[in-house]
Design a protein around this ligand. Structure first.
Ligand code: MN3
Length: 382
């Protein structure tokens, strides 16, 4: 069992729930970090007394220094700060940064040979080959925090060493717009898209859920984490979010992982793996659960899903293009500058039209990401 953790991205949804788990398990927290939310970060510092705290925004880091001058916590800033805390003396790095900005810290943390509880799916999508090569070279484990990938990982604990997997059944809630037609989606608002039926998450991922880009990213994430052909990953829409994913073996026997939709289960399992300990999460109440439903995913209406599969098949830096285009389109939608359907159009167009090669190094990934962002800025209708 590990005793101490550092958290990259401690003020977001996964970060704050990780601290709830840390409090319950009595873990030492060695480092915390935020993009710019210094009020919440200050509260966290005063409770957990980390040796270091990073604020990505340099001006806000200066503000935090003044606020916590009476504590022993050292304040760092920017990418250098994030890279520096990867080298502290924690037993495990929790990476819950949102977006591509987490890629360099992910590679840095892997180089320190510490295991990583991994919630930063965008970096595995964009830099999958680099990240997985570094994981193998350094002999570390990427312990998935994403609920579906934790479920698959948990199911695979019962698999034979050569896995004998036939396929992965990746469950999706379908988001707030499941069953809607293209016509109905033309006029949906940011507020409607932010209203997720089952999961309470940050704004970026909630929009990704509504477009099903999140599931597309998760197909790519699963392909890398479990060394699986994307054609052997089937998305199953399961509205109740009780089954968090399944694996099917060659004999057509299927294992599933179930629980209430609460991220503190996968977060805690990544921390305590391979042990299990009591958690803050309630049991499933079988008396009130009358049914579980399953549907196939509609990747014609939800173009992001098809674009991600297409990007993974094209290989090389195309997943980085899909991710980069989406990061910008998602943000422009939240700023009321794009319609909901434009997100899928732009992600698909970026994957179809940009020409990129393979990822030899971090700079290649960053360049493909930059090209994709530029493509969206230039092609959206203002
Ligand atoms: Mn997920």
């Amino acid at each position: 069992m590990i005793h101490s953790i550092s958290i990259l991205g401690s003020t977001g949804s996964i970060g704050t729930q990780t601290l709830e788990v840390a409090r319950k398990l009595n873990l030492t927290v060695t480092a915390l970090s935020a993009y710019s939310s210094i009020d919440l970060l200050e509260e966290q510092i005063r409770e957990f007394h980390p040796a270091a705290a990073v604020v990505f925004d340099a001006d806000k880091a200066e503000d935090l220094k003044i606020k916590i001058a009476d504590t022993d916590t050292k304040v760092l800033s920017g990418m250098d700060g994030l890279l520096e805390i990867c080298h502290d003396n924690s037993d495990l790095v929790v990476n819950s940064v949102v977006g591509m900005v987490g890629l360099a810290p992910t590679l840095e943390a892997i180089s320190t040979k510490k295991n990583i509880a991994f919630a930063n799916k965008e970096t595995l999508v964009a830099g999958g080959e680099l990240v997985m090569n570094a994981v193998r070279k350094n002999g570390v484990q990427l312990l998935p925090v994403d609920s579906e990938h934790s479920a698959i990982f948990q199911c695979l604990q019962a698999a034979p060493p050569d896995k004998k997997l036939k396929k992965i059944l990746l469950t999706a809630s379908g988001g707030p717009f499941f069953g809607k037609t293209v016509d109905e989606l033309k006029t949906v608002t940011v507020e409607q898209a932010l209203n997720h039926p089952n999961w309470d998450m940050g704004a970026k991922i909630t929009i990704d859920s509504a477009t099903m880009m999140n599931k597309g990213l998760e197909i790519i994430e699963a392909a890398w984490l479990f060394d699986t052909d994307p054609d052997d990953i089937e998305v199953v829409v399961h509205r109740e979010s009780i089954i968090h994913s399944m694996v099917e073996f060659t004999d057509h026997s299927i294992l599933a992982q179930l629980g209430v939709p609460d991220m503190r289960i996968p977060i805690q399992y990544a921390i305590t793996y391979p042990e299990r300990v009591p958690s803050l999460v309630p049991e499933i109440d079988w008396k009130t659960m009358s049914k579980m439903t399953f549907y196939s995913a509609d990747d014609v209406t939800f173009k992001c899903l098809a674009a991600c599969k297409h990007a993974m098949k094209k290989g090389g830096l195309y997943p980085a293009v899909a991710n980069g285009a989406n990061e910008v389109a998602n943000q422009l939608f939240r700023q009321y500058k794009l319609s909901f359907l434009d997100i899928g159009e732009l992600v698909s167009a970026a994957v179809d039209e940009l020409k990129v090669g393979t990822a030899a190094c971090l700079d290649d990934v960053l360049e493909a990401d930059r090209m994709a962002r530029e493509f969206v800025y230039q092609n959206y209708k203002q």
